[in-house]
Ligand binder design. Structure first.
Ligand code: XUL
Ligand code: CO
Length: 438
């Protein structure tokens, strides 16, 4: 059975190819900056956007043409696995990610949900074994069901808290079964609407308590994936507790979770928080917490999470600069948390959209590697901070100065010479790197 009979496995044909079902930049085994592109990029496909999106929006009915619907929900779920692995194989990606509810119907009870998950993960495991494709991360969807109206780990209802724990436990069991390399917590409903009825300290303590239970259970079953918190400032919660990288790091540090948790950063979540993605990546990197990324892009004119496929070369270049500076992203990866636009409703768009994202990242990697080879930003920064190479600067950095000694120095200064940053020139040179002229 094939769901994409007219599409062959996507291969690299170079930037001049006219074939839309070919990579123009992503050449998996090509070595860039000492590693293959495949090793650098560790691409993952998101089950939810690829297999579960129907193209509907608050104003319109489903539009996506999909051929995997069966007579029952379980039949559809099984067909989806089949189609999903065909997509993964044809795209030549190594990884995938899913929520529990993406892969199996919830049924009428927790037991039924567990049974469905077991049956579907058996199938997924077979496919993984046959293809060598691996699980980047899974997670529990603790935000769609009405029971999570007031949060999951931050709920006001102890029974809802128990239900969330049961979903996480199962999530870790299947992570073990499938050899998941990471496990993600995105707290869609972990936040609040108004402080009139919310005890913030109580809720945050409970979220940390849940995370610690997850770590303890992972240790108990002998399978400890890298745990990741995925920050997002708003939507669906008005005030989300994991607002951005800095807020999430403060939470991780307050509750002593540094050893077990890093961050899964998403581009569109960064822009919703009023940051560039590279800002978020840097905050995580300098705190040794850059775990994995959800690759997508937002729309400057819209105020919500549009989850578009990443096609902006500047953004992917800046992202890859950070990943290279981080020494790579493993055991994390680049997961396309992105969905095709409502107008891209054809089956083949699922492949074309991923090809676009993969090529944009591959090209961004090449540009970033060239920038690093030429020490373009390194030299720029070295020049900008050059005054700290002076005797005074070196003394400050060696903690040899204090307020009194610096005051004595300052009293002798007649004229401070400031240097121009020439930032417009820098941006123009960067354009030449992006267009390939430098
Ligand atoms: C929501 C989002 C999620 C997480 C996983 O904005 O990004 O899909 O990545 O729950
Ligand atoms: Co995400």
């Amino acid at each position: 059975m094939t769901y994409f009979p007219n599409i062959e496995k996507i291969v690299y044909e170079g930037p001049r190819t006219k074939n839309p079902f070919a990579f123009r930049h992503y050449n998996p085994d090509e070595v860039v900056a000492g590693k293959t592109m495949k090793e650098h990029l560790r691409f993952g496909v998101a089950y939810w956007h690829t297999m579960n999106q129907d193209g509907s929006d608050p104003f319109g009915k489903p539009v996506n043409e999909r051929t995997w619907f069966g007579a029952t929900e379980m039949e559809t779920a099984k067909n989806r696995v089949e189609a999903f692995f065909e997509i993964l194989e044809k795209l030549n990606v190594e990884y995938f990610c899913f929520h529990d509810v993406d892969i199996a119907p919830e049924g009428d009870s927790l037991e039924e949900f567990y049974r469905n998950i077991d049956e579907i993960t058996d199938l997924i495991k077979e496919k993984m074994d046959a293809t060598g494709i691996k699980l980047l991360w899974n997670t529990a969807n603790m935000f769609s069901h009405p029971r999570y109206n007031n949060g999951a780990a931050s709920t006001n209802n102890a029974e809802v808290y128990a239900f969330a724990a049961a979903q996480i436990k199962k999530g870790l069991d299947i992570s073990k079964k499938l050899g998941g390399e990471n496990y993600v917590f995105w707290g869609g409903r972990e936040g609040y609407e108004t402080l009139l009825n919310t005890d913030m300290a109580f809720e945050l303590d409970n979220v940390a308590r849940m995370f610690k239970m997850a770590v303890a259970y992972a240790e108990k079953i002998g399978h400890k994936p890298q745990f990741l918190i995925e920050p997002k400032p708003k939507e669906p919660s008005k005030h989300q507790y994991d607002f951005d990288a800095a807020t999430s790091l403060q939470f991780i540090q307050k509750y002593g979770l540094e050893g077990d948790f890093k961050l899964n950063l998403e581009a569109n979540h960064a822009t919703l928080a009023g940051h560039t993605f590279e800002h978020e990546l840097t905050v995580a990197r300098i705190n040794n917490a850059l775990g994995s990324i959800d690759a997508n892009q937002g729309d400057m004119l819209l105020g919500w999470d549009t989850d578009e496929f990443p096609t902006n070369l500047y953004d992917t270049t800046f992202t890859m600069l950070e990943l290279l500076e981080n020494g790579g992203i493993a055991p994390g990866g680049i997961n396309f948390d992105a969905k095709v636009r409502r107008s891209s409703f054809a089956m083949e768009d699922l492949l074309l959209a991923h090809i676009a994202g993969m090529d944009t990242f591959a090209k961004g990697l090449k540009v970033a590697a060239r920038l690093r080879e030429d020490r373009f930003l390194e030299d720029l920064k070295a020049d900008r901070y050059a005054s700290f190479q002076s005797e005074l600067g070196q003394n400050i950095l060696a903690d040899k100065e204090d307020l009194e000694s610096l005051t004595n120095y300052a009293l002798q200064i007649e004229n401070i010479e400031l240097k121009s940053g020439h930032i417009e020139m820098v941006k123009s040179q960067l354009n030449d790197y992006i267009t390939g002229e430098l």
